[in-house]
Structure formats: C-alpha cells, structure tokens
Ligand binder design. Structure first.
Ligand SMILES: Cc1ncc(COP(=O)(O)O)c(C=O)c1O
Length: 345
C-alpha cells in the first residue's frame, strides 16, 4: 500500500470517517431486484440533478462508458472521440470487445475538438460502402489533455453539429464536477443535448468506488440489461450508494481547493525549468501535466527519487507525467512534494 503524497490520481482518496458513518447507517436491500432503497435514492438524486429521467448505479465509470457505447452504437459503426480519451486508452479495448465498433481517434493535444474535426471524418463517409459515424464521445474534463473543461460554446458547437448529422453523443463526465466548478456551468447545462452521461463518484468526490450512467427512459431497459449482462448488478450496494450520497452533499463545494492546489503546484514546479517543462502552466482544474526534459538526470532516477521520498506521480507518456490534486492532498503536501523534488535537483 502506498502511504505517501499520492498525486498519481484523484482515485487515490479513501473514505473519510463521516463517509464511512453514512455507509454504516445505510438502509440496504437487494439491488439486483431494484429493492435497495439507498441505491434507488442515489439514482433519483443524480437523475434530478442532471435533468435526466433515470440514472443507473454501477461499480465503475469504465462499465458506464462501455454500456453507453454498446447501447448507442451497432457493431461496425464508428465511435469518434479524442485520441487521448479514456475510452480509447484505458478501457482494455472495451469499445471493440463489447460494442464491436470502429474507433476513430481525433488528433488533439487538449482533448477538445470542433465540428470541423468531426466533419473531416464524416463528410465523405456516405453511401453503402462506408461505416456510419454513429457516436461521438466527449470527455469533460479531459483527463490526459490536462483537466481541461469544455466551454459552453465548444459544447454547443459539437451538440448542434451532431444533432444536424443524426449522430449520438456520450459524455464521459468522470470529472464533470471539476468542469462545473471551473466553468460555473451547472451539470444540467453541461449535459444538455447528450444522450447519455457517465458520472464517477470515486475521483474528485472521494468515494471508494462507484459511478452512474445517466439516461432517459427510452434507453433504460437496454442499459439495465447490459448492466446485468456484464455482471454489474449488485446486491446490498446501498453501502456504496450511501458514500455517493454523502459525497454529492458534502464534497462538491470543496473542489475549488483542489484546483488552487494544482495551480500552486504548477507554479512552483516551473522553477525546475532545466529539468521539467510544465505543459499546462495555468491548470484549469486539478490536473498538472509536466514533461521530463533533463539531460542530467534520467526520468527513471527522477521517478525513483520521488517514490523513495514518498511522492508519487503517474507517467502517462514517454517523458510525460501527470500530477492530480484531490481530497487527500493538502496545501502542505504540495509544499512537501516540491521540497522533495528540490532535494535532488
Ligand atoms: C476520464 C475517465 N473516464 C473513465 C475512467 C474510469 O473510471 P473507473 O476507474 O471508475 O472505471 C477514468 C478513470 O480514471 C477517467 O479518468
């Protein structure tokens, strides 16, 4: 078990005592038979919050994404999304395995794209000969793009284009509350026009696990069936749903703190500019990307020294690292992490 300052991911958080108390006190039933009252309560809370008709509690955001793609796309049809999205890079090829779709990655450094980028793939794909572009996946915020939230203008442009071209839209909103905090758009505003939305409870919100797929009634029986097919139907899942309810009620308003910590980390990291290039000098949310550019110290040595001193980042490219701030990282932890780096550079 890693016990130091874990900047590798915002999934590193552990439930607080208050969250565990809420879990212990949860009313429980059989979720597989739709009899778990706490799971039903969480699903209703989330559906209302996002302005959709239903929400489905699932073990992970990966499962939510895969169910969405399998529902919205037929085998052989095209799923278009950013080349650096979680759907393509970190779901074990799930879109190809579960939905048997053709994945077409859009080259984009930030994870944000425009109708022009989509048109590039769409305009000539006409006639019986070509696979049909059926689904666009948007990640908000963009994880490997550096935690960037889509602006309302950028979202509107893609939503309008997709509607015009009769293309479905899925939103991987694993960090949608970070997006909402930064842009000051409500989650309802962010989700307008999407067919389905994934929301994750175990990242910025600090739950041990859990995600929801948000849908409208017309898709409910299909997504519910796929949940059972994939082995995601649970029993007394209220113990996990209670953590989700606690998180939604208590942990959204503090996300700004994580964003300020990320900004402070990026600013302080810039002092090591002969070894490190900060990719997003002014991070918009809780993710800082930096490249190891030193020709004096190797990347492995940097990584090992950090780990030896109990500071952890995740490597997400040949020379690229990601630092993610979260509920279990304080401002003092940021200062300590910088001190550790300074001690060997
Ligand atoms: C953007 C994004 N989508 C989906 C996931 C998958 O989440 P889970 O670990 O709950 O499957 C992650 C996990 O880090 C993520 O960053």
């Amino acid at each position: 078990m890693f016990t130091g300052i874990d900047l590798s991911s915002d999934t590193a958080t552990r439930p607080s005592i208050a969250m565990k108390t809420a879990m212990m006190n949860a009313l429980l039933g059989d979720e597989q038979r739709s009899e778990d009252p706490t799971t039903l309560q969480l699903e209703k809370l989330v559906a209302d919050m996002f302005g959709f008709e239903c929400a489905l509690f699932l073990p992970s955001a990966t499962m939510a994404n895969e169910i969405a793609i399998t529902t919205l796309c037929n085998p052989g049809e095209v799923l278009l999304a950013s080349e650096s999205c979680h759907l393509f890079l970190a779901e074990c090829g799930g879109p190809a395995v579960h939905a048997r779709v053709l994945c077409r990655p859009i080259p984009t450094e930030t994870g944000i794209f425009t109708p022009d980028d989509i048109a590039h793939y769409n305009y000539w794909l006409k006639g019986y000969h070509h696979p049909k572009l059926k689904l666009i996946g948007i990640e908000n915020t963009t994880n490997f793009g550096g935690g960037i939230p889509w602006s309302k203008h950028e979202l509107n442009a893609v939503v309008e284009y997709a509607k015009k071209m009769d293309i479905h839209l899925h939103l991987d909103g694993s960090r949608i509350f970070n997006a909402s905090t930064r842009t000051k758009l409500s989650v309802k505003e962010i989700c307008t026009g999407f067919d389905m939305v994934t929301v994750c409870l175990s990242k910025g919100l600090g739950c041990p696990t859990g995600a929801l797929l948000i849908v409208n009634k017309k898709h409910y029986s299909t997504v519910r069936h796929l949940k059972h097919l994939m082995g995601g139907a649970m029993r007394q899942s209220g113990i996990l749903a209670a953590a989700g309810i606690y998180a939604l009620e208590n942990n959204i308003s503090r996300l700004q703190e994580d964003h300020l910590n990320a900004a402070s980390f990026a600013e302080k990291l810039s002092q090591f500019n002969s070894h490190i290039k900060v990719v997003n000098q002014s991070p918009e949310t809780n993710i800082v990307l930096f490249d190891w550019i030193s020709n004096q110290i190797s990347l492995d040595e940097f990584n090992n020294q950090c780990l030896k001193n109990k500071v952890r980042f995740s490597q997400i490219g040949k020379n690229r690292f990601r630092a993610v701030t979260h509920l279990d990282v304080t401002r003092d932890d940021i200062l300590t992490a910088i001190k550790v780096i300074k001690s060997f550079l």
